[in-house]
Design a protein around this ligand. Structure first.
Ligand code: ADP
Ligand code: MG
Length: 485
C-alpha cells in the first residue's frame, strides 16, 4: 500500500551491563538471582550516610561500545541526578548522565547515533491482585547503558535490523547478554509520520509529532508495534485530527498500541551534577585510553561478515553464522580445516546452511533444547565436503552420508568405502562407463524412455558388469537417469 506519509523512527535502547557488581556499590549484579532482595546493600538501598563509588568496569564497557561504533569518547564526564519520586529507586533520584555522556556520535548499520550514556537501573515492581505492589531491589543500581539514535530510521525493518545488530555487538564485546525476554535489553521506539516531501513543500520541517512506544520485549514486538503505530497515526491525520504526543504501550494480545501517559518534559527531572561523585577526566585514567580499550578488541560482527563474504559465502549464510553461536563456531572450525580455501569453504557453507541446519532442527524438535549440538564433528564434515568437492561422490550421496554419519558418528570415508559409494573407484570413472553403456544399448535406452522400468535395471547391470562389481547400483542408477534425461 502506498501512502502520502513518510515515517520517521528514533530508538532509545537500554542494556544492562555485564559487570560483577552494581554501578555504585559492591552488591552483586546477577540477572539470574531467583530470590528477591538478596543483592542489596546500604548504598543501593539509599541508607543515610552512604556514598556511591563509580564502577570503572561499567565505564570501560560503554567506552568500548563507543569505540566499536566509531563514536567520540568523552574526555570530561560527570553523573547527574535525575529527580523523580517512585519507590523503584529509594534515593528519590536516578544517577544518570545528562550534559556529558560518555559517548557521542557514531554509526551502526548506517544509522547515526546521538549518544550513549551510563546510568543505574531501577528496581522491578510487581503488581499482584490482593497483594498490592511488591518491589525487588536486586536490579536497583545495576549498570545500565542507554543508546539513543537520531531520528533517521525509515521503516520497522530497519529498526529491527538496527536493534539486532546492536544486540550482536553487545554480546560480541561481552558488554551485555542483551536478552530481550529477560529485560537485559529494552527497546523504546519513537515514531512519527509526516506528509511526503514534494518539491513545493521541501522547506517545511520533515517531522511530525512523535509517539514513544514502551514495553517491547522482543524484536518482533518492536517491528509490529512500529508498523501498527505508523498506520494508526495515518488514520488519525486522515481524519483531520492531530497526533497527540504521548507514551504508548504495546499490547501483545491485541497486537495494538494503547495510550499510557502524556509525556513529561526534561525540566521536570531537575537534572544537576551529583555532588557525591567526582567528575571524571578520562584522559587521566590510563586503563581508559583508546589504546587500552583496543586491547583484546574482538572481531566485530560486521568485520566477521566481511571476512565470510570475502571467502565467497552467501550474505544470508554469513548472517546465520554471525547470529547463531553454535553454527558460527562450527563454521569457524570448518574454515580452519579447509585452510580458508575458497572453493571448499563455499561448498561447506552450502551444506551447512541447507542440509546440516535441517538436521539440527530435526534434533531440536525431537529433543529439548535450542542448545542442541551439531551431531557431526567438523573433521568428519570436511571429509564429506572434500569427497563431494573432489567429485568422488555425488551430491545426492553427500547428503545421504551427512544424515547417516550425523546419526551414527561413523567416519564418512569408511562408510563411503564399505558402501561402495564412490563415483570413481580404483581409477575407474563411473561416468565414462555409463556413457559407454548408454551409447552401446540404444534400444534399451529407448525402452526406458518409453516407460519400461526394467530397462533401467538392465543398464545398471551392464555398468556393474563393466565395472566388475566395483560399482554402486544406487549411484549408477542416478547417473544413468541424469544422462538419459
Ligand atoms: P525528547 O526530548 O522527547 O526526549 P529527543 O529529541 O531527546 O526527544 O529524542 C528522543 C528519541 O526520539 C530519539 O531516539 C530521537 O531520535 C527520537 N525522535 C525525536 N524526534 C522524533 C520524531 N519527530 N520522530 C521520530 N522519532 C523522533
Ligand atoms: Mg530526550
Amino acid at each position: 500500500m502506498t501512502t502520502n506519509y513518510e515515517p520517521t523512527i528514533g530508538l532509545e535502547i537500554h542494556a544492562e551491563l555485564k559487570t560483577k557488581t552494581k554501578m555504585f556499590c559492591c552488591s552483586k549484579n546477577d540477572a539470574d538471582a531467583t530470590d528477591p532482595n538478596v543483592n542489596i546493600c546500604p548504598v543501593c538501598m539509599a541508607h543515610p550516610g552512604t556514598l556511591p563509588v563509580i564502577n570503572g568496569e561499567a565505564v570501560r564497557l560503554v567506552l568500548r561500545v563507543g569505540l566499536a561504533l566509531g563514536a567520540d569518547l568523552a574526555d570530561y564526564t560527570e553523573f547527574d541526578r535525575k529527580n523523580y519520586f517512585y519507590p523503584d529507586l529509594p534515593k528519590g533520584y536516578q544517577l544518570s548522565q545528562y550534559e556529558y555522556p560518555l559517548v557521542s556520535g557514531g554509526v551502526l548499520n548506517d544509522v547515526a547515533i546521538t549518544r550513549v550514556h551510563l546510568e543505574e537501573d531501577t528496581a522491578s515492581s510487581m503488581h499482584a491482585e490482593g497483594v498490592g505492589t511488591t518491589i525487588d531491589y536486586n536490579r536497583a543500581g545495576v549498570p545500565l547503558m542507554e543508546l539513543v539514535t537520531e531520528p533517521v530510521i525509515k521503516s520497522s525493518k530497519q529498526a529491527g535490523d538496527f536493534a539486532r545488530e546492536l544486540q550482536l555487538l553487545l554480546r560480541t564485546l561481552g558488554a551485555s547478554d542483551a536478552n530481550m525476554e529477560k529485560g537485559q535489553m529494552r527497546v523504546e521506539a519513537n515514531v512519527s509520520i509526516a506528509p511526503k516531501a514534494t518539491p513545493s513543500s521541501a522547506k517545511e520541517s520533515p517531522f511530525g509529532t512523535k509517539v514513544e512506544i514502551k514495553n517491547l520485549n522482543s524484536f518482533r514486538a518492536m517491528e509490529r508495534a512500529v508498523e501498527y503505530e505508523i498506520k494508526r497515526q495515518e488514520a488519525v491525520l486522515e481524519k483531520g485530527e492531530p497526533v497527540v504526543q504521548e507514551t504508548r504501550g504495546w499490547d501483545e494480545g491485541k497486537q495494538a498500541t494503547f495510550p499510557q501517559r502524556v509525556k513529561e518534559g526534561d525540566a521536570d527531572y531537575r537534572y544537576f551534577p551529583d555532588p557525591d561523585l567526582p567528575s571524571l577526566k578520562l584522559s587521566e585514567v590510563a586503563e581508559l585510553s583508546k589504546e587500552s580499550l583496543r586491547v583484546n578488541m574482538p572481531e566485530l560482527p560486521w568485520e566477521r561478515r566481511d571476512r565470510y563474504l570475502a571467502l565467497g559465502v552467501k550474505g544470508d549464510d554469513a548472517q546465520l553464522y554471525v547470529q547463531e553461536p553454535i553454527l558460527g563456531g562450527f563454521f569457524e572450525e570448518v574454515i580452519a580445516l579447509a585452510r580458508a580455501d575458497k572453493e571448499r569453504v563455499v561448498v561447506a557453507s552450502n551444506y551447512i546452511a541447507n542440509d546440516l541446519v535441517k538436521l539440527i532442527r530435526d534434533v531440536e524438535e525431537r529433543d529439548t533444547g535450542y542448545q542442541s549440538k551439531i551431531g557431526i564433528s567438523a573433521q568428519n564434515f570436511i571429509k564429506i565436503i572434500d569427497m563431494v568437492a573432489g567429485k568422488k561422490i555425488s551430491s545426492r550421496t553427500a547428503k545421504d552420508l551427512l544424515v547417516e554419519t550425523t546419526k551414527s558418528g561413523r567416519d564418512p570415508e569408511e562408510v563411503a568405502k564399505s558402501g561402495n559409494l564412490y563415483q570413481v573407484s580404483a581409477g575407474v570413472d563411473f561416468e565414462a562407463v555409463v556413457t559407454d553403456v548408454i551409447s552401446e544399448n540404444s534400444a534399451v535406452v529407448d525402452d526406458f524412455k518409453a516407460g519400461k522400468a526394467a530397462a533401467l535395471e538392465h543398464l545398471v547391470g551392464q555398468c556393474m558388469k563393466a565395472l566388475k562389481g566395483a560399482g554402486n547400483p544406487v549411484v549408477l542408477r542416478e547417473l544413468i537417469r541424469k544422462k538419459i534425461a
